[in-house]
Design a protein around this ligand. Structure first.
Ligand SMILES: Nc1nc2c(ncn2[C@@H]2O[C@H](COP(=O)(O)OP(=O)(O)O)[C@@H](O)[C@H]2O)c(=O)[nH]1
Ligand SMILES: [Mg+2]
Length: 240
């Protein structure tokens, strides 16, 4: 099993965080956990501190900036500094099954640089998600996949494991896109750097508690960026 950091970005997850961290510590007890909180108004940061207080395997990064993409970039940078072999990223809301992380980490080896917990490969599934959102995710993924020339079925999944080997070759800290677009851009950069991407089916369950931070503006921004990248000839395959 590679040494690992698990990054958990949080914004207003006070009713989800403790359960997610508890399950994470069970699922991958050898991994260090880093909660990246952007000054959540609901007190998630204070709860994160309390969880870290009682567990040496849990740390917290408090930020004043806001943004999913920049929170993940900060977490990835921490993992590189720590010198681990792999960095996992997973939501705090319980949507992705944390029990899959061990298997995902084990899949990182000499040939595999990015493992995506995928809703849209055979065996993957989505539960309790509004029909419109499901359709948008499928159609958006198909659009991005076709335009950017990749066979990755779930480019927008927010449950992933990266090898630090590939992250050292990709200028992830210079990417400026956020949210869904950031997920796509980082996967494209990894493919361009020659990284191999595999997908593992995941049972996704839409959050039961708290609200989604994904809004229409993020979806439109992603569509705009993907269209631009496609038009500029950006493709998710190794640069020759
Ligand atoms: N640090 C940080 N975390 C965020 C931000 N936006 C979303 N998140 C976290 O990212 C994860 C996914 O967000 P979520 O709202 O569930 O998105 P959805 O699954 O697309 O509805 C959750 O753990 C959120 O708390 C942000 O601006 N900063
Ligand atoms: Mg969610």
């Amino acid at each position: 099993m590679p040494s690992a950091l698990v990054v958990v970005p949080t914004y207003d997850e006070v009713d989800n965080l403790e359960r997610t961290i508890g399950r994470l510590r069970q699922s991958v007890p050898h991994a260090q956990v880093l909660i990246v909180d952007d000054a959540s108004p609901d007190g998630t940061g204070a709860l994160a501190d309390a969880l870290a207080e009682g567990d040496a395997g849990v740390e917290v990064l408090h930020r004043t900036d806001r943004g999913y993409g920049s929170a993940v970039r900060a977490g990835l940078a921490r993992g590189l500094e720590a010198g681990v072999d792999a960095i996992a990223v997973i939501d705090a809301d319980g949507s992705y099954d944390v029990m899959l992380l061990g298997e995902m980490l084990e899949a990182i080896d000499a040939d595999v640089d990015l493992v995506i917990a995928s809703r849209w490969v055979p065996g993957g599934d989505v539960r309790a998600m509004a029909g419109r959102r499901r359709l948008l995710s499928r159609a958006g993924n198909r659009y991005a996949r076709t335009l950017l020339g990749t066979d990755v079925q779930d480019l927008t999944s927010t449950c992933r494991v990266y090898s630090t080997r590939v992250l050292r070759r990709v200028p992830f800290d210079r990417l400026r896109s956020d949210s869904i677009a950031f997920q796509i851009e980082l996967a494209v950069r990894i493919a361009q750097a020659g990284g191999r991407i595999v997908e593992m089916p995941v049972q996704f369950t839409e959050r039961a508690v708290g609200v989604s931070k994904t809004d229409v503006g993020m979806v439109l921004d992603t569509l705009r960026r993907v269209t631009l990248w496609g038009a500029r000839g950006i493709r998710a395959r190794p640069r020759g």
